[in-house]
Design a protein around this ligand. Structure first.
Ligand code: ADP
Ligand code: ASP
Ligand code: MG
Length: 421
């Protein structure tokens, strides 16, 4: 017997028929003698619709009311799932975040889970009940409903798994695992049988939305055994792990030492809609970068890649960085109206960039990944605008027009294409 937390994403609960199918996966686990808790997302498209309504009501809405509205999608699916499970003869009830309770800080729209009280869930699970918990939401110290940021149900699931000391957390989605790159862009992408927490963290932060980054951080910190699998697999089929033994189908996210064979590059990711801003002739003295990025941080604008040149005149320098396209106008305005915090000669920028990255723990011990990446892009005539690296990734900013071409070219170049495709 095991204790399992299962999570179903938006497409897996898109309508009552799909909820019924998801419930059959839960039934299989219950009938195998396991204790199960369920975390659900809103039906696919629902959260976007709710966000749209909030923006239509007012562009300058109160973030607390935004959360009150957008958290509602998960409540619908939690209730429907509990109804369907009960109809199948499984004792079940829904829990909204505040009913668990799932405590968060008060950063509305991007709240962090601070603590989950496991008492009620523990008791229900031990008594053979299947609690169905709304993903994506919690309650702030002031008693207000909060949401965790887009894709946040993954984080809810891992946090619940850690709180109830689950043996594993299964993320059911619309792909059957984590792939070497987004399988919707590269049909030759391969499913990985295992991926290390570190690589999954980088891939999630660089655009692979299959898992929310915070969920991976949390799984790593709390040693939660995390698998990604498809809800569209036949719920009654034998459960076979990728190595052919009985177990969980899909991709296991685990510690690096559990993985025998390491590639130099394990995956390629893509993040579109990145805007680039350059400030020319910024004073080259201590405190200037802090003033520029402090101005943006004060407006809640998240900056991604940053490049600063050396001062060739000994007095001024150029700074270039990226922000999401959606934040571009706000960022330009904040920099222009900086209230004398810093000076520059000229501001230029453009929307429509794409960040393409290669990720792999093997980069730690192999030189030349960056140069081979640049060569592979040059061979396709793709111009690189910015470059950033970390221990296990290299990212470039390119024109969005070439994004898919670049991902496909790098995927092939690093030998990641499926041979039978
Ligand atoms: P859910 O609604 O179940 O949370 P998401 O849409 O958030 O599902 O995430 C699943 C999607 O992530 C897939 O449909 C796929 O297009 C995309 N994706 C991006 N990169 C990858 C990758 N490397 N491996 C698998 N899926 C990926
Ligand atoms: N429903 C939320 C969203 O669409 C949370 C999630 O699906 O993970 O972002
Ligand atoms: Mg998701």
């Amino acid at each position: 017997m095991a204790r399992i937390v299962v999570k179903f994403g938006g497409t897996s609960v898109a309508n009552v028929e799909r909820i019924r199918n998801a419930a059959r996966h839960i039934k299989r686990e219950v009938e195998a003698g396991n204790e199960v808790a369920v975390v659900v997302s809103a039906m696919s498209g629902k959260t976007n619709e709710l966000v749209g309504w909030v923006n239509e009501a007012s562009k300058f809405h109160d973030a607390r009311e935004y959360d009150a509205v957008v958290a509602s999608g998960e409540q619908v699916t939690a209730g429907l799932m509990a109804i369907v499970l009960s109809e199948m003869g499984i004792q079940s009830r829904s829990f909204a975040g505040w009913q668990v309770p799932i405590h968060t800080d008060d950063s509305h729209g991007a709240a962090r889970i601070t603590d989950i009280d496991p008492t009620e869930l523990d008791k229900r699970m031990s008594d053979g009940w299947v609690p169905v918990i709304t993903g994506f939401q919690g309650i702030s110290p002031h008693g207000r409903v909060t949401t965790l940021g887009r894709g946040g149900s993954d984080t809810s699931a891992v946090a619940v798994a850690a709180a109830v000391k689950a043996d594993r957390c299964d993320i059911y989605t619309d792909v059957d695992g984590v792939y070497t790159t987004d399988p919707r862009i590269v049909p030759k992408a391969q499913r990985m049988t295992k991926i290390s927490f570190e690589e999954m963290l980088e891939m999630a932060s660089l655009g692979a939305k299959v898992l929310m980054i915070r969920s991976v951080e949390m799984a790593m910190a709390h040693k939660v055994r995390l698998t990604v699998r498809s809800s569209f697999d036949d719920p009654d089929a034998p459960q076979i792990a990728p190595d052919g033994t009985p177990g969980v189908p899909g991709t296991l996210v685990c510690d690096e030492d559990e993985i025998m064979e390491q590639q130099i590059v394990s995956g390629v990711t893509l993040a579109k809609a990145e805007a680039k801003i350059t400030l020319r002739k910024v004073k080259d003295s201590p405190g200037v970068a802090a003033a520029i990025f402090g101005t943006l941080a004060d407006k809640g604008i998240i900056v991604d890649m940053i490049v600063q040149n050396i001062a060739d005149d000994g007095a001024t320098t150029d700074i270039t960085f990226t922000v999401p396209d959606s934040e571009y106008d706000k960022a330009v305005k904040a920099l222009e109206d900086n209230g004398g915090r810093f000076e520059y000669a000229r501001l230029s920028g453009s929307k429509g960039g794409a960040k393409v990255s290669v990720v792999g723990v093997g980069m730690r011990s192999h030189a030349g990944v960056a140069s081979s990446m640049f060569k592979a892009l040059a061979d396709k005539g793709i111009n690189i605008q910015l470059i950033t690296t970390s221990e296990i990734k290299t990212s470039v900013l390119i024109d969005e027009e070439y994004a898919e071409l670049a991902v496909r070219a790098l995927h092939t170049y690093y030998g990641l294409d499926r041979q039978d495709a």
